[in-house]
Design a protein around this ligand. Structure first.
Ligand code: HDD
Length: 718
């Protein structure tokens, strides 16, 4: 992949990290003490065949360090990939907030962004059906601000005290540690089936949002309601959104499962390659603003993280743009050691009383203490703010800073009172003076009890194919559940969301939808509470639709970075291939020439061209579209390859654009399972046996690529 644009070196954080980089090119091998090593291949022995000597400090240092290379993986979000970049606001937001990084459009605030899956281990597949983490660290001039969000705007639970239960339920089951990175098992659905507050999130996780095409093509959400506070002290509620400029795209479940085998690093590789190739991913930062006096005007509670604010009620205003333009130098040093925390905040922002948010405020620093080994994790280069750090905190494991002077307390006179406290006018953080007056209770607000209306809103807002995918996902997940009572309870919940949804899922399970009457749902009501106070309220009648919740109509943004497989063998039509490659490259698409073997193939004009992948190393699931150029010998050779026929068939099944010219059309016919004519007349299959109209054909193929997928090919699902 060639560079489209030179990487911009505009990132002050990346520059700051330079002092910690180490390049060993043209250097001697040394110990950690700087001693040059003469033999790194043999340990010190009593004779060439004798025992190894305890004295061998070279051996011991090397092995000791190796023995301690691993740190605990994150308890959730263990698998991730990250990149550096910058954020710029479009225009000053002083009316909304006094946050410095949101004032001046000329300021480029460095960011480090880590994307992740939630349930799987560090080595699990990128393509698990799961929520994706979307954590952004802004290195602002006022200190670090971490926006630790997901690619879904709501969450499974309303109160942080349920988080360990939720995570234990979704993680591999503790007796046999099965299954890895999957929610399709009994403990997850057992928990969910008695946790009605999860139903809205379940709709999102069973939708294709849970299997993104790329990290670059996901939305991000801060989830909670936060506060913006301006210089006059006026506060407003705010919800944060990230809108990808490439639109929101997903793969289909069958494809996701195949990718997990073919390339478990699919998302990680995609992000890396895009940045290396200069196709920098971009997101706009959007905000939904609610005036404090409007807090109670919604039929849901702004403090409830299982609810979103429909964009039709409060529009998303796009206030700035984030660009990722620099890959990390070292995965462990940066991506693994980065520590995010909602409590990393800057003036102009503040929390709300969302009970999920409040609990998170405890968890994130706490977890770093064991994950990164002590209280000095903020000194690790990737976590260091670019703003100066001065305080009386001292010592602890692995302290790096050499604090000078006698005082590490405040107030003091010996250091003239330094470091000084900063008032608000000097950039000091002050908490929003929210009035709080309440009895100490363990309770859930009744305003949190409508668990089904927004789940229905999501279902209503999906297009037909999205609904079908959601039904299929539930059939898959619940189909993997062994205990029938769990499946029944889930069907009861689904029926509260939509009768058709429940009956379609039930058909797949070979069950009937049980009626609610007489079924005892244990909803986890506290021991001495009145169960009546915890019953979900019925789904609202007036639930409409919200276009923003569907992925069906992504913006037309061209085909830049879209991957095209060209299937060819010796004798491929030289003119056809050149026309296609030139047109695709001009639009920024990435081409992979896939042939029966690696090395080179000869075109019809005798030119030897390099093959990018063989039919053994590639698969259609790693591409967005497939094209078969003409050339009698080439196509005849491909027809003899079952892998080539599968390549085409799979791409067709996954509703991807297929193109073929000249003799290439006959490969498509040979690969058709449901009849050649049906395949050729399907949407998104662009073919012409007549090579004189090649340019037109290629344009049609690229239009199809821009459209993405052709869902009309899917078999209707009862
Ligand atoms: Fe969390 C990591 C996002 C609820 C406790 N969380 C973590 C990461 C993301 C989120 C993106 C990975 C950060 C990284 O890349 O290093 N978490 C969320 C969102 C939530 C949420 C959007 C709900 C709105 N989380 C949540 C709760 C708790 C935690 C309720 C605990 C009470 N989360 C953690 C953690 C993790 C974490 C255990 C594991 C690794 C880490 O923090 O650094 O503290």
């Amino acid at each position: 992949m060639g560079k489209i644009k030179e990487p911009e070196n505009t990132n002050t954080k990346v520059e700051e990290l330079a002092q910690n980089r180490l390049d060993s090119q043209d250097q001697y091998l040394t110990t950690n003490q700087g001693l040059r090593v003469s033999d790194d291949q043999n340990s010190l022995k009593a004779g060439p065949r004798g025992a190894t000597l305890l004295e061998d400090f070279l051996l011991r240092e090397k092995i000791t360090h190796f023995d301690h290379e691993r740190i605990p993986e994150r308890i959730v979000h263990a698998r991730g990939a990250a990149a550096h970049g910058y954020f710029q606001v479009y225009e000053g937001q002083s009316e909304l907030t006094r946050a410095h990084f949101l004032q001046d459009p000329s300021v480029k605030t460095p960011v480090f962004v880590r994307f992740s899956t939630v349930a799987g281990s560090r080595g699990s597949s990128d393509l698990a059906r799961d929520v994706r983490g979307f954590a952004v660290k802004f290195y602002t001039q006022e200190g670090n601000f971490d926006l630790v969000g997901n690619n879904m705007p709501v969450f499974f639970i309303q109160d942080a005290i349920k988080f360990p239960d939720f995570v234990h339920a979704v993680k591999p089951e503790p007796n046999n540690e099965i299954p890895q990175a999957a929610s399709a098992h009994d403990t997850f659905w057992d928990f969910i089936s008695i946790t009605p507050e999860s139903m809205h999130m379940i709709m999102w996780v069973m939708s294709d949002r849970a299997i993104p095409r790329s990290y670059r093509m996901m939305e991000g959400f801060g989830v909670h309601t936060f506060r913006f506070i301006n210089a006059e002290g006026k506060a407003r509620f705010v919800k944060f959104h990230w809108k990808p400029l490439l639109g929101v795209h997903s793969v289909v479940w069958d494809e996701a499962q195949l990718i997990s085998g073919r390339d478990p690093d699919f998302h990680r590789r995609d992000l890396w390659d895009a940045i290396e190739g200069g196709a920098y991913p971009e997101w706009e930062l959007g905000v939904q603003i609610v005036e404090e006096e409007d807090e109670h005007k919604f039929d849901f509670d702004l403090l409830d993280s299982t609810k979103l604010i429909p964009e039709e009620l409060v529009p998303v205003i796009r206030i700035g743009k984030m660009t990722l333009n620099h890959n990390p130098d070292n995965y462990f040093a940066e991506t693994e050691q980065v520590a995010f925390h909602l409590g990393h905040l800057v003036p102009g922002l503040d929390f709300t009383n969302d009970p999920l948010l409040q609990g998170r405020l405890f968890s994130y620093t706490d977890t770093q203490l064991s994950r990164l080994g002590g209280p000095n994790f903020q000194e690790i280069p990737i976590n260091r703010p670019i703003a100066p750090v001065h305080n009386g905190q001292r010592d602890g494991h692995m302290r790096q800073t050499i604090n000078t002077g006698r005082t590490s307390y405040n107030p003091n006179t010996l250091s003239g009172g330094c470091p000084f406290q900063a008032g608000q006018d000097m950039g000091g953080f002050t908490s929003y003076a929210e009035r709080i007056d309440g009895q100490k209770v363990r309770a859930r607000s009744k305003s949190f009890l409508d668990h089904y209306s927004q789940a229905k809103l999501f279902w209503n807002s999906q297009s037909d194919h999205e609904k079908t995918h959601l039904v299929k996902a539930l059939r898959f997940e619940l189909g993997k559940v062994a205990v029938e009572a769990i499946q029944q309870r889930m069907l009861i919940h689904l029926a509260q969301i939509d009768a058709q949804l429940a009956s379609r899922v039930a058909t797949g399970l070979g069950m009937d939808v049980p009626c609610w009457e007489g079924v005892q749902l244990n909803l986890g009501v506290p021991a001495d509470a009145d169960p009546a106070d915890y019953q979900p309220t019925p789904t609202r009648k007036d639930v409409g639709r919200s276009a923003a919740l569907s992925m069906a109509n992504p913006p037309k943004v061209g085909i830049k970075t879209r991957q095209v497989a060209i299937l060819a063998a010796d004798g491929v039509d030289a003119t056809g291939l050149t026309t296609l490659k030139e047109a695709l490259s001009q639009q920024g698409a990435i081409i992979g020439l896939v042939a029966p073997h690696l090395g080179k193939i000869k075109t019809s004009s005798g030119e030897a061209i390099k093959v990018d992948a063989s039919l053994q190393t590639a698969a259609s699931v790693l591409f967005d579209a497939v094209y078969v150029p003409g050339g009698q010998a080439s196509v005849e050779a491909l027809k003899q390859e079952p892998d080539a026929l599968r390549f085409v068939h799979e791409a067709f099944m996954h509703c991807k654009p297929l193109g073929a010219s000249g003799e290439g059309v006959s490969l498509l016919k040979a690969a058709a399972h449901g009849g050649a004519e049906a395949l050729l007349s399907s949407d998104g299959v662009i073919t012409s046996e007549n090579t004189s109209s090649l340019a037109e054909l290629v344009t049609g193929f690229m239009d199809a690529m821009e459209q993405g997928r052709f869902w009309s090919r899917e078999k209707p699902l009862p």
